[in-house]
Design a protein around this ligand. Sequence first.
Ligand code: ZN
Length: 281
Amino acid sequence: MSKVSFQLKSAGYCTASQSHALRGTTSRTIKFYATYAYLHHPKYGHILFDTGYTTRFYELTKSFPMNLYAKATKVYVAPEDHAASTLRKAGIDAKDVGYIIISHFHADHIGGLRDFPNATFICTNQAYDSIQNKTGLSALKQGFIPELLPDDFNQRLQLINIQSAEHFDPHLGAMHDLFGDGSIQLFQVEGHARGQMGALITTKDNPFLLIADAAWLKENYQKMHLPSPIVRLFFDSWKNFKISLQRVHDYHLANPDTLVIPCHCEATYRQVANDLTDETE
Ligand SMILES: [Zn+2]
């Protein structure tokens, strides 16, 4: 089994009410970091799982209908926060990133795709079907800004059909072994967005389970503490969200040495990230 190196980074954040992420709690404002994972594979090189925000979000949400997105979500990101900038500082050229695994097509996950001209994009059939040819209001309903996709996106797309995968985890279900070496195994976590994908990453140390937005905060999956019912409005399926959350919860209990990473959980990010330096707004 090949092992990859793993780092959790973030590119910007948005603010939200804690009571939306955890029902029944106070409405204090919390930061939803737009994290992404940088992976290095001994054979396949530089790989990203999502990209976080870029300042393109501001440019593309100036006019109707996408200005509604900006009104609903207060986003903080600067050019130096972009995934490509962070990688450059670490000596990695964006041109050398070979793969980007897209968990789902919300703007805080795909904001940086245009900065990686040679990457192959990996997503599920279902996620792609949910955004394909969507523009204007129908795109907005999916939390999708079409212009965030590179012009040659379709040519560089590798669609994954996880349901036909050969491997099976008792909690997470079908697991697609991306490179056939056990290093990166992809699974589906439905509910938040159609076809949303997570990844189990095998490193030389403990594994990581990237669950994207199947939970927002660790309390969601650790204690089965649900978000506010208000957020159902933005979810693909509340019923499937709860099923996925239960699966992650069960996986966590059965695999306590695997660190589960909800994309936007600040506490989890602090636990694993080594580059969180600026805490001021
Ligand atoms: Zn999302």
